[in-house]
Design a protein around this ligand. Structure first.
Ligand code: ADP
Ligand code: MG
Length: 563
């Protein structure tokens, strides 16, 4: 049944292909890394499924990637014996981009190649990168466990469409043939390919073989022994730290995270004792485009004794650390764990606490040793971290210690002041951490509520992120000092006033008694009470909400949401 059909790419694939070919050309060799990364993922998936169905190995249990080429025909082929794809899989994975949020992502593109290539990097366009160097790509694949006549051939020139055809494929897995563009024959070369594999794919856990050049084989003159893998072919996180270079860590990050940018930092630890595991966790340098998408994947890649179990194991990290990527390899969990089992497993809680502590400690250290780098982190992920106090009560003080704020003392709207900085600068007699919330920096910085604090030289946190009011609500205090909204209730400013000011205040209250009474009667339906206040120094009057009432910013948000 050789039913051949031609289908159109989804619009977003067309746009992305076009953009990628142009903006990534200067870095074209990375296509090989992407294809080998996919081959490795496919082998991981096969090994996992074979745990419960050994027949999937079809008497070929040695997983591997083979890279061959034909100089005359100018083709390059990457073949794996992993899980393979059915016809439906092919249509779904190689004809669309499944990630939600793709349309918003594309609308952010500017047409400026450099900026766009960075954005594309975060998006991770994997398979399609083959079209940077190929003008035709042929994928032949068969799903493990299906019969040989269930193969599929996918073919495309990377323009608007692709064709599909049923084929016979004896071996399971996927074979991708690139018809190299004019001038790209450098990739049909054994030496070049071997170097690229060493550079980008050394960390891949299964062996990668590269065909020898014809003349190399001749010159050896004798029957060559079994070919050797070009890469280390060992799960990277099982290797000693001292044996691993920065570049290896960075390449591994790109493989696990599907992010093309370099990570900001990483943590590689092996723990033996009550818990037995190895973790290799990364903090990205850039927030992914879908960080605020609830369905976006999060969590680590889980392995049990070197065997891949699942992607996005979100049980091991709380949502406020959803930007962390990496691998957890446990020696304690059983090979047949499932998401359901993980939800009830007590060990998972211990592992989770250990990983959280590791991430928070690393951030603390970074903040101390390399404030500039920490500032990069904060600008990308600060808003996510602010979900911490609400989600992780036990660690709320530790998480809050990592927060940075814009204040009435700091310059501009950059968030650079820590709570420790704030406390160190507190005035004598000051017991609270004062803050004001609002829509944007200009608005809060100009608020009349700040007049008194400015006059007295008391610093006030200027909170303008969406999560802020909610965050302070859950945090409530830090280092024993309560948070106080300067627009709410009594401010305890008395303790900060000197004696002459207290005297002045008393006299004012006396002398304005009549006025206050008149105002209270006139505004009876509008306000709860009228008071003489030391809050203001230039403005004549301001509105204040009760200590336990909703803040103005929150109230406007609720109103906007129709509540
Ligand atoms: P990603 O790897 O980030 O998912 P890719 O564009 O690299 O994105 O690949 C898209 C999808 O195509 C993969 O998720 C996988 O389902 C499928 N795929 C790609 N290459 C292979 C392969 N060699 N074997 C099996 N499936 C593959
Ligand atoms: Mg990929």
């Amino acid at each position: 049944a050789a039913s051949k059909e031609t289908l159109g790419f989804k619009t977003e694939v067309k746009q992305l292909l076009h953009l990628m070919i142009h903006s990534l050309y200067s870095n074209k060799e990375i296509f090989l890394r992407e294809l080998v990364s996919n081959a490795s993922d496919a082998c991981d998936k096969l090994r996992f499924q074979a745990l419960s169905n050994n027949d999937l190995y079809e008497s070929e249990a040695d997983l591997k990637v083979d890279i061959t080429f034909d100089k005359e025909a100018k083709t390059l082929t990457i073949a794996d014996n992993g899980i393979g794809m059915t016809r439906d899989d092919v249509v779904n994975h190689l004809g669309t981009i499944a990630k939600s949020g793709t349309a918003e992502f594309l609308s952010q593109l500017s047409g400026d190649q450099q900026k766009d290539s960075q954005l594309i990097g975060q998006f991770g366009v994997g398979f399609y990168s083959a079209f940077i160097v190929a003008d035709k790509v042929v994928v032949e694949t068969r799903r493990a466990g299906e019969s040989a006549d269930q193969g599929t051939r996918w073919e495309s020139e990377g323009e608007g469409e692709f064709s599909l055809e049923s084929i016979e494929k004896a071996g399971r897995g996927t074979q991708i043939t690139l018809h190299l563009k004019e001038g790209e024959d450098e990739f049909a070369d054994s030496f070049r390919l071997q170097n690229l594999i060493k550079k980008y794919s050394d960390h891949i856990a299964i062996p990668v073989f590269v065909q020898q050049d014809a003349n190399e084989e001749d010159s050896e003159g004798e029957e060559s022994s079994a070919p050797e893998a070009v890469n280390q072919a060992q799960a990277m996180w099982t290797r000693a730290k001292s044996d691993l270079s920065e570049d290896e860590y960075k390449e591994f990050y790109k493989h696990v995270s599907h992010d093309w940018n370099e990570p900001l930092t990483w943590m590689h630890n092996t723990v033996e004792g009550k818990l037995n595991y190895t973790s290799l966790l990364y903090i990205p340098a850039q927030a992914p485009f879908d960080m605020w998408n609830r369905e976006a994947s999060r969590g680590v890649k889980l392995y049990v004794q070197r065997v891949f179990i699942m992607d996005d194991a979100e049980q091991f990290l709380p949502a406020y650390l959803r930007f962390v990527k990496g691998v957890l390899d446990s020696n304690d969990l059983s090979l047949n764990v499932s998401r359901e089992i993980l939800q009830q497993d007590k060990q998972v809680d211990s592992l989770r606490s250990a990983l959280v502590k590791r991430v928070l400690d690393t951030l603390e250290k970074m903040a101390k040793k390399d404030p500039e780098k920490y500032q990069t982190f904060w600008s990308q992920f600060g808003e996510v971290l602010k979900e911490g106090p609400a989600e992780d009560f036990a660690n709320r003080e530790k998480v809050a210690g990592l927060f940075r704020f814009a204040t009435t003392t700091s310059e501009g709207n950059e968030q650079t002041v820590s709570l420790a900085d704030y406390i160190a600068r507190m005035r004598e007699g000051q017991k609270k951490i004062y803050y004001i919330t609002g829509e944007n920096h200009e608005a809060v910085a100009a608020s009349p509520h700040l007049e008194y604090f400015r006059k007295k030289g008391i610093e006030v946190l200027l909170l303008t992120d969406r999560v802020d009011e909610w965050m302070v609500g859950h945090l409530s205090d830090f280092d024993g000092k309560a948070f106080q909204d300067v627009t709410k209730g009594e401010l305890d400013l008395d303790e900060l006033a000197d004696d002459s000011e207290k005297e002045e205040q008393k006299q004012l209250e006396e002398s304005h008694k009549a006025l206050i009474e008149r105002l209270e009667t006139a505004l009876k339906d509008e306000v709860k009470e009228v008071r003489v206040s030391s809050r203001l120094s230039d403005s004549p009057a301001c509105l204040v909400v009760g200590q336990y009432d909703m803040g103005g910013h929150m109230r406007r948000l609720m109103e906007a949401a129709g509540q």
